[in-house]
Design a protein around this ligand. Structure first.
Ligand SMILES: O=C(O)CCC(=O)C(=O)O
Length: 128
C-alpha cells in the first residue's frame, strides 16, 4: 500500500474478522514498517466474547457489527485497552488473533509491503 491522502490503511479501518469462529492472520512485513507507513495495530483483549457482549450492552456496538470508525473505537475507552502498534524491520512476522479488533493503521508517508496469510477452520466455513 502506498500513501494516499485520507487512506484508511490496510484492511480499511478498525474491524474484527469474526466473533464466531477462530481466525488468525500471519503478516510478514516485506519492507521496514515504522509508525509512519501503516503498522498493524490490535486492541489487546478485544477478542473476549464477554467484552463484545458488554460493548453491546453499553450500546457501543450494534449486533453483527464488524467494522468500527475511529470515533466508535475512541468511545469504547474504559471498555477496551489501548491499541498495540506492531512496528518492525523487513522480515518481521506477526501472528494475530483477528477475532480481536485490528487494522493496518493509516499510512502517513511512504508505503508498506506485506504478505498476509488468512487462516481459519474450513469445518467452520472459513476456507482460505
Ligand atoms: O495488513 C494489515 O495490517 C491488516 C489487514 C487486515 O486487517 C485485513 O486485511 O483485514
Amino acid at each position: 500500500m502506498d500513501f494516499k491522502e485520507g487512506n484508511a490503511g490496510s484492511g480499511g479501518g478498525w474491524h474484527l474478522d469474526s466473533p464466531h469462529s477462530l481466525q488468525f492472520k500471519a503478516i510478514m512485513y516485506l519492507s521496514d514498517c515504522s509508525a509512519e507507513n501503516g503498522p498493524f495495530q490490535l486492541i489487546p483483549g478485544s477478542h473476549d466474547r464477554g467484552l463484545l457482549l458488554s460493548l453491546l450492552a453499553k450500546g457501543k456496538r450494534k449486533p453483527g457489527q464488524y467494522r468500527f470508525t475511529d470515533a466508535e473505537v475512541a468511545a469504547m475507552e474504559g471498555v477496551v485497552n489501548q491499541p498495540h502498534t506492531f512496528t518492525g524491520p523487513q522480515g518481521t512476522l506477526i501472528l494475530a488473533d483477528v477475532t480481536a479488533l485490528h487494522r493496518g493503521s493509516p499510512i502517513r508517508a511512504g508505503s508498506r509491503h506485506a504478505l498476509t496469510l488468512y487462516c481459519g477452520d474450513p469445518a467452520l466455513g472459513v476456507d482460505y
